[in-house]
Design a protein around this ligand. Structure first.
Ligand code: CP
Length: 309
């Protein structure tokens, strides 16, 4: 049965661990495996801008022996209204996997609904699961493991990163704390899913409006831009709204002294994260960014032959 990666909990705990182990193997040996030898093509489709996702999938697919077919959807018939289903039925005849950055989660679900090749969510408005694989790999590299660690996400707690931290963190057995202002907290159904996963992994989930409580003793602090793609007109309002949820020196002083800091990038210094933190010794954001390459290569390798990683 074909496997897709549309949200973080599409990998169960042992599968997530296997993909992260393989990501470490790829980090140590960039050409460890070439499952796309041929070259077999992978379509990487963008409805939104990207730097890291575009480059890491392009380089990663090439390093796996394949051909990265990077598509700006606005230049295709998708941009003129051809349906997701019809587009998928054509592409899957020619490519070995489909990677898509788009808006609605329902769109990647529709693609997976008809695709006989793996579909990968490269960011939707609801989830950014490839980012979380890279994040978890970075935390493992710096902390030696994941289970039992406290990971705190501050800021826009209703966005895709917050949702992915809930599901991926709970899957890894972490204690996930999500803090944001009233009205910008995670979706209740996703919190419930994370809580359900945590009961099986030994993790836990806390959602709060208190940034101070959320960072107390945390092992990992994470944030994201307060203005996601498509929200640019709300910039001034959102900067006022999220001002108390900045990862700055005060937040760092409440976290565990050995805490590490994640940011998926692009970052806005002086807004969601202080420059001294992003550029400081506890920041692991550049390893995190590099890991997009290793983690996505591992994910594609695993999806092309599930269970063999
Ligand atoms: N973090 C991330 O997804 O970066 P890009 O938007 O540059 O791909």
């Amino acid at each position: 049965m074909v496997r897709h990666f549309l949200r973080d909990d599409d990998l169960n705990p042992s599968e997530q661990s296997a993909v992260l182990d393989l990501a470490d193997t790829f980090a140590a040996d960039r050409f460890h495996a070439r499952p796309l030898e041929g070259p077999r093509a992978v379509a990487v489709i963008f409805d939104k801008p990207s730097t890291r996702t575009r480059v890491s999938f392009s380089v990663g697919i090439a390093e796996l022996g394949g051909y990265p077919l990077v598509i700006d959807s606005s230049t295709t018939q998708m941009g003129r209204g051809e349906s997701v289903e019809d587009t998928t039925r054509v592409l899957e005849r020619m490519v070995s996997a489909l990677v898509w950055r788009t808006f609605d989660q329902s769109a990647v679900e529709a693609m997976a609904g008809v695709s006989t090749v793996p579909v990968v969510n490269a960011l939707t408005d609801d989830f950014h699961p490839c980012q979380l694989l890279a994040d978890l790999q970075a935390v493992r590299q710096h902390k030696g493991g994941l289970a039992g660690l406290v990971v705190t996400y501050l800021g826009d707690a209703a966005n895709n990163l917050a949702h992915s931290f809930l599901l991926a963190g709970a899957t890894a057995g972490m204690h996930v704390r999500i803090a944001g202002p009233d009205g910008h907290l995670p979706r209740a159904d996703i919190v419930a899913d994370a809580e359900q996963i945590a009961t099986r992994t030994g993790g836990s989930v806390v959602v709060t409006t208190s940034a101070q409580k959320a960072v107390e003793g945390a092992d990992v602090l994470a944030t994201d831009t307060w203005v996601s793609m498509g929200q640019e007109e709300q910039t001034a309002h959102r900067q006022r709204l999220f001002g108390d949820y900045c990862i700055d020196a005060a937040a760092m002083s409440r976290a565990d002294p050995a805490a590490v800091v994640l940011h998926c990038l692009p970052a806005y210094r002086g807004k969601e994260i202080a420059a001294e933190v992003l550029d400081g010794p506890q920041s692991i954001v550049w390893d995190e960014a590099e890991n997009r390459l290793h983690a996505q290569k591992a994910l594609l390798t695993w999806l092309l032959a599930p269970g063999q990683a």
